[in-house]
Ligand binder design. Structure first.
Ligand code: C6P
Length: 415
C-alpha cells in the first residue's frame, strides 16, 4: 500500500460505519454475525430504513398524479432520488436515469427495446463467458426472435477477459457488447474503458452490467462513454426491488417503450397512443416510490463517505483474505484476475460448497455457495459452484479472521 493509501485507510472509521447498520449488530446461531454475502445483497444503514419508513408514515401518496400536498411531497422526493442517482453516475441529465426493479430488469429493458429494434439475422451480441445469467438470457431471448447470435468473449483460467479474443470477435456483425463491470462469481474487474472504446470503434453499442461495480467504485458514465449502465440498489446499501438504468438520451429517444400502461403515455385513443417524454416513457404504472426514495438515501450514504478510503479498505480486506487463503491447506481460489473487487470465490478440498456454507452458518458466518447465477463460467472451470465470501465497506479484518477460523473448524467436521 502506498503511504497515501495507508493514511486514507487509517482515516476510514469502520466501527462508526458499522454502528449505522442495525442488522450487523445481531448474533446468529449464538455468534456475532459475520456477514460476507454482500454481492448477493448488502445490509441497509439506518438512514435508508428511516427514509423508507418516513415515506410510508408521512408522505405516502402516488407520484405525478395527485393534486394534493402528500402527492406533491412524494413526487418531489421521488424525483430528487432520481437526481441523486444521476449525480452518482455523473449522467449528463436526470432524464437519462430510468427506474427499474434492478439490474435484471434494466438489461431486459435494453434487450427488449433497443435489441429488438436493431438486431437482424446474422447480427451478434457479445457478452463475456463469466456473465451473470441476467446479462446472458435477456440477449438470448431477443436474439432467438431476431435470428441474431449471442457469442461469449472467452475468459482465461485466471478469470480474466481475453482481450485479444475480444478484439478479433469485433466485426461488422457485432451490434451490442454487454459485459459486467465486476464478475459476481470471481470478483474479476473488467477493463471496461477499453471494452467501451473498442466496442465503439467497431460500431457497436456498449452496455455495462454495474451490479457489482457501483458498490465498489465511483462510476462516471460520461467519462466512460458507455451507452447503457445498469445497477441494483440493494447491492449498494439500498432497498431490494429497486435499481436503475442509465442510457444515453440519443438512444433512449430512439427506443420504443418497454411496458405499456399509465405514466408512459402523453395521449391515448383507439386511433393511437403517443408516448411520454424521458424518462417516463419507460416507467409504466405506479413505481416503487418508497424504493426510489430509499435508493436516494443509499446514494446519500455513499456520497457522505470518503469513497477512495472505502475502496482502499475493501482492497486491503481482499488482500488480507488472499494472504490467509494462500496459507490455508486444501483451499483453492477460483478466479485469480489481477484486478479483483468484492468477491473471494473458493473451494475446500473434500467438501461440497453447500456443506461448507452450512457449517459456516452454524458459526454465524454468512457466505454464498453455488453457481452464483454464472453457470457458463462454472462449466468452463469444470466445477458445479464455489463458496464465495463477498465484502462491503463495513467488513473488518476480524471478519476475515472469523471466516478462516470457521473454515478450520468446518474442516474437522468434513474429515
Ligand atoms: N448477483 C449474487 O449473489 P438483480 O437480481 O437484478 O438485483 O441483479 C442481478 C445481477 C446482475 N449482474 C450481476 C453481475 C450480479 O451480480 C447480479 C446479482 C447476486 O451474485 C444474486 S445472483
Amino acid at each position: 500500500m502506498s503511504e497515501a493509501a495507508v493514511q486514507s485507510a487509517a482515516s476510514f472509521d469502520v466501527a462508526a460505519l458499522r454502528a449505522q447498520f442495525p442488522a450487523l449488530q445481531q448474533e446468529v446461531n449464538g455468534q456475532p454475525l459475520v456477514y460476507l454475502d454482500n454481492a448477493a445483497t448488502t445490509h441497509k444503514p439506518q438512514r435508508v430504513i428511516d427514509a423508507i419508513s418516513d415515506f410510508y408514515r408521512l408522505d405516502n401518496s402516488n407520484v405525478h398524479r395527485g393534486a394534493h400536498t402528500l402527492s406533491d411531497r412524494a413526487t418531489l422526493a421521488f424525483e430528487a432520488a432520481r437526481q441523486k442517482v444521476a449525480a452518482l453516475l455523473n449522467a449528463a441529465e436526470t432524464a437519462e436515469i430510468i427506474w427499474t426493479r434492478g439490474t435484471t430488469e434494466a438489461i431486459n429493458l435494453v434487450a427488449s427495446s433497443y435489441g429488438r429494434r436493431v438486431l437482424r439475422a446474422g447480427d451478434r451480441v457479445l457478452v463475456s463467458a463469466m456473465e451473470h445469467h441476467s446479462n446472458i438470457v435477456p440477449w438470448q431471448l431477443v436474439a432467438q426472435e431476431c435470428g441474431a447470435e449471442v457469442v461469449a468473449i472467452p475468459v482465461s483460467a485466471e478469470g480474466e477477459l481475453d482481450m485479444a479474443a475480444f478484439r478479433s470477435l469485433l466485426d461488422e456483425r457485432v451490434k451490442i457488447v454487454a459485459v459486467g463491470h465486476v464478475s459476481n462469481a470471481l470478483g474479476s474487474v473488467n477493463p471496461i474503458q477499453e471494452i467501451i472504446d473498442l466496442g465503439h470503434q467497431a460500431g457497436a453499442k456498449v452496455l455495462i452490467d454495474g451490479a457489482q461495480g457501483v458498490p465498489h467504485f465511483s462510476v462516471d458514465v460520461q467519462a466512460l462513454g458507455c451507452d447503457f449502465y445498469a445497477f441494483s440498489g440493494h447491492k449498494m446499501y439500498g432497498p431490494t426491488g429497486m435499481g436503475a438504468l442509465y442510457g444515453r438520451r440519443e438512444l433512449l429517444e430512439q427506443m420504443p417503450p418497454y411496458h405499456g400502461g399509465g405514466e408512459m403515455i402523453k395521449t391515448v385513443s383507439f386511433a393511437g397512443t403517443t408516448f411520454n417524454d424521458l424518462p417516463f416513457k419507460f416507467e409504466a404504472g405506479t413505481p416503487n416510490i418508497a424504493g426510489a426514495i430509499g435508493l436516494g438515501a443509499a446514494v446519500d450514504f455513499l456520497q457522505s463517505l470518503d469513497r477512495k478510503a472505502a475502496a482502499v479498505h475493501e482492497a486491503a480486506l481482499l488482500a488480507y483474505t488472499h494472504e490467509k487463503a494462500a496459507n490455508f491447506s486444501g483451499l483453492t481460489r477460483v478466479g485469480r484476475a489481477k484486478q479483483i473487487a468484492g468477491a473471494f470465490s473458493f473451494l475446500l478440498e473434500g467438501s461440497h460448497p453447500a456443506d461448507l456454507g452450512m457449517l459456516l452458518d452454524q458459526q454465524g458466518i454468512a457466505v454464498r455457495t453455488g453457481d452464483h447465477c454464472a453457470q457458463p463460467i462454472m462449466k468452463q472451470f469444470g466445477i458445479p459452484g464455489t463458496a464465495r465470501a463477498s465484502f462491503a465497506l463495513y467488513n473488518t479484518f476480524d471478519d476475515v479472521d472469523r471466516l478462516f477460523a470457521g473454515l478450520e473448524k468446518a474442516k474437522t467436521f468434513l474429515m
